[in-house]
Ligand binder design. Structure first.
Ligand code: EPU
Length: 332
């Protein structure tokens, strides 16, 4: 256990705040050994630190999940079920699956973060969400001090959300995730606009889909190793058809996707770009020049500066489009 260390290298936004105590967990046994400490202190779990914004020093215990391991649990003619420990890096796991020709997660290539964090926000990209391959996950339930299994339904997955972001926040720790991957023939998902153009250049297989996705992501999203960011800072808002039709009168070009009954999803990136924020810098923070949904840290930013910019954007979006933009990353 370390004391008073900076978390700058443990969050992709690169925010420099301190934690009072810090411990790295390599196995379930390590976790059980500190169970009393967890129960009696305020604590936080960190995976890849790629979906959080740290806003202040933390006077509790930060737990870094680093338990590793990938194991095939069962195999049939068409699919496998694989158990992945929470501390595995998500993209490295995607590469593991691609090497073995297991399909289902190729569209989720290059998403930063850890496997244990993936169910919390039901990671998604290019027409696929974790939910579509999720089988179950194992969690340590802090109230009963026992390990429990959550199946897909119990996780209450939604758009960038789950029960772990809501009712069970800080009540459980995800220790491993079981996924259901396909053997050949793969059912691929290439309907998302920008994939179609990229994929045309190569034969259709999961490896080439992943290549296309990696190339699109690299062209739009900043690499956190070079510039601090957390991917999409806001969720894409879902509005009523009536609201959307009203907006269409002033903004006939507004992109949109059908959502649940009588609802329409509009890209927050478009709204933010339309308001002129794209590529703008405000002191230590700014809006990424190639994707307006991504807020960036030019190096020395504090969490509160990012939040100030976020509030400025939210206020403008509300004023002009009458839409309340919801923050997607977890504020800590
Ligand atoms: N757009 C703009 N300007 C921008 C950005 C987007 O006009 O600066 C418009 C364009 O019309 C574009 C549309 O928004 O066609 C969609 O843009 P993009 O494909 O880049 O996706 P997104 O809706 O902005 C979402 C996810 C991303 C995910 C991509 C691809 C959310 C909050 N974000 O972004 O996820 O990679 O789709 O599937 O749903 C993340 O969650 O951190 C993340 C990066």
């Amino acid at each position: 256990m370390k004391q008073n260390i900076s978390l700058k290298n443990y969050n992709t936004f690169g925010i420099d705040v301190k934690t009072k105590s810090f411990i790295s967990i390599k196995s379930k046994k390590d976790l059980l050994e500190i169970l009393d400490l967890i129960k009696n202190h305020s604590f936080r779990i960190l995976g890849g630190g790629s979906n959080i914004l740290l806003t202040k020093d933390f006077y509790g215990l930060t737990i870094l999940m680093q338990n590793k391991g990938i194991r095939v649990l069962s195999e049939s003619e068409n699919e496998i079920i694989v158990e992945v420990q929470a501390g595995e890096n998500w993209h490295e796991f995607v590469l593991w699956a691609l090497e073995r020709d297991y399909g289902g997660i190729e569209n989720l290539a290059l998403i930063p973060g850890s496997v244990g964090a993936a169910p919390i926000q039901n990671i998604g990209a290019y027409g696929v969400e974790l939910k579509s391959v999720f089988h179950s996950c194992k969690v340590l339930d802090l109230e009963s001090s026992s390990f429990k299994t959550f199946d897909k339904e119990a996780c209450e997955f939604g758009y960038r959300t789950s029960i772990f972001k809501n009712l069970l926040k800080e009540k459980i720790i995800i220790t491993s995730v079981n996924l259901r991957l396909q053997k050949k023939p793969h059912q691929t998902q290439t309907s998302y606009g920008s994939i179609q153009n990229e994929i045309k250049k190569r034969p259709l297989n999961i490896q080439n889909i992943a290549k296309a996705i990696i190339s699109i992501r690299k062209s739009k999203l900043p690499d956190p190793k070079e510039i601090g960011n957390c991917g999409s800072f806001f969720k894409n808002p879902v509005i009523t058809i009536q609201h959307f039709e009203k907006l269409l009168r002033t903004f006939p070009e507004i992109p949109h996707y059908p959502d649940k009954k009588n609802k329409v999803k509009v890209p927050a990136g478009w709204l933010i770009e339309k308001l002129g924020f794209k590529g703008k810098r405000y002191g230590n923070v700014g809006v990424h020049k190639k994707q307006a949904l991504v807020l960036i840290n030019y190096g020395q930013a504090e969490g509160k500066e990012v939040l100030e910019l976020a509030s400025k954007i939210q206020a403008q979006v509300l004023k002009v489009f009458m839409i309340k933009l919801e923050i997607e990353v977890t504020l800590m």
